[in-house]
Write a protein that binds this ligand. Sequence first.
Ligand code: SAM
Ligand code: SF4
Length: 448
Amino acid sequence: MKKLFVKTYGCQMNAYDSARMADLLAPLGFVGTDTPESADMVILNTCHIREKAVEKVYSELGRLTQMKRAKPEMLVAVAGCVAQAEGEEMVRRAPVVDLLVGPQSYHRLPEMIARHARDHGHQLQSDFPALEKFDHLPEAVSDSGVSAFLTVQEGCDKFCTFCVVPYTRGPEHSRAPERIIAEAETLASRGAREIILLGQNVNAYRGSDAHGKDWNLERLIAGVAAIPEISRIRYTTSHPRDMDDDLIAAHGECEKLMPFLHLPVQSGSDTILAAMNRQHTAEDYLRLIERLRAARPDIGFSSDFIVGFPGESDADFEATLALVREVKFAQCFSFKYSPRPGTPAAAARKVISDAVKTTRLLTLQALLLGQQDEANLTAIGKTLAVLFEKLGREPGQLVGRTPYLQPVHVIGPKSLIGKIQNVKLEALTANSLHGAHTEGVLAESATA
Ligand code: SAM
Ligand code: SF4
C-alpha cells in the first residue's frame, strides 16, 4: 500500500476534485494519509481565487523540498488552477514538482504517474485485476503447429482512456530481432507454415539487433519471409497511429504477408475518439484504409468497436455506423463499453445506460455481420489457396484458411495438413466456407 496526502486549497469544488483524484489513484494502490511526512505521494490541489495563493503554494513546495531530501522517491504533484497558470515555470522555480495537473486533466493522473514511473525506471504496482476480458492477447487459433504465434512485442504506451493494458502490461518492449528470427526458424522446423507476429501494439515494434541497428515491423516481416518453409505471415494487433509507410508498402511487396489486417478503430466519432485518447480521427483511419487498399487492392479488414463509451450521443454512434459502411469490414469484434476501475474513462460522468448500449451493439453487429456474409459470399465460386491446419469434426474433414483468414472446410486426406492447396469454394455455412480441393496452388491471393 502506498500513502497519498492531498492538500486542498480553496472552495468546495476543489475539495470534490481532491476526492476524485484520490478515487482515481486507489486502483494504483494509494490509500489516504493525514500527513505529508508519511506520504509516498503528495498532491497540492491549488486554487487561484484566494489572495496570495501562488506564494502559499511555493512556500509549501519549499517544505516539501526539505522532506524529499530525506525521501527522494516521494512523488509531488501540483493540481488545480495554480498549476495551470504557472505551467512549466513552476517546475523551474520548484524542481521538487514531479507532475503538473491542470483542472481539465485530473482523469489523466493514473497515466501521468505510470509515465513518470516508466521514465524513472520504476515498476508501477497496481491492483488492476490482471488477465481480464480485454487484457490478454488472442489465444492460438491452431493447436496443430501449422499456424504459430510468435510474440515480438509486449506492453503499450498509448493510454487509451478505457484500457488497463498500459497499467497491467507496462511500457512497450520489443524483443531482439535475432531471437525472433531464431524462434521462427525453430517453429518452421517443427512444421509451422504460417507465423503470426504477436504484440499488444505489434506495429510499434522497434527491435535493436546486436550491431545496434533498429528493426521496424516491416524489416522483421522481411526477415521471417526469408525462411523458406514459412509461406504465410500475419501480425496482430495494430494501432492505426503506428502504421508507417514501410509497413503499408510491405502489404504490396511481400508476397508472404497475407492480405488481411486487424486494425482496431473503436469508434467513428472524432469526439469519442478524442475522449478515448486514440490519437487519430475517423478521417485518418479512412485514409489509412485507402492507402492499404492502394498497396494491396484485395486486402480484407477487421476491427474492434466499443459502443456506449461515456458521452456517446446518437450522432456519435451514427458516425460509427457511417465509418463501417464506408470501410466494409470482412470480420469484426464489438463490445459494450465497460468501465475498468482506475482507467480515466471509469471516472467519466456522462455514462450511457445499459439498455442504450445493448440497442447500439445489436444495431452495429447486424451491420457488421451483413458485411462479413457479403465478404464470404463473394468468395463462393472462386478458387483460393488454402493452408490446411488440422482435422475437422466430421470424418475425413480438414480445416484450413484462405489468405483472407476465412475458415474453410473440405473433405481430403490427412496428408494435406501443413500444405497449401487450391480450393474451389462452393458453399457458406455460419462463417465457414466449404469446397473441394484441387491439385496445385495458385499464387496466394489469386482467384479464378
Ligand atoms: N491494442 C489494441 C488496440 O489498439 O485497440 C486492442 C487491445 S484490447 C486488449 C482489445 C479490445 O478490447 C480493444 O480493441 C477494445 O475494443 C476492447 N476493450 C478494451 N477495454 C475495453 C473496455 N473497458 N470496455 C469495452 N471494450 C474494451
Ligand atoms: Fe489498450 Fe490498445 Fe489503447 Fe494500448 S492501444 S491502451 S492496448 S486499446
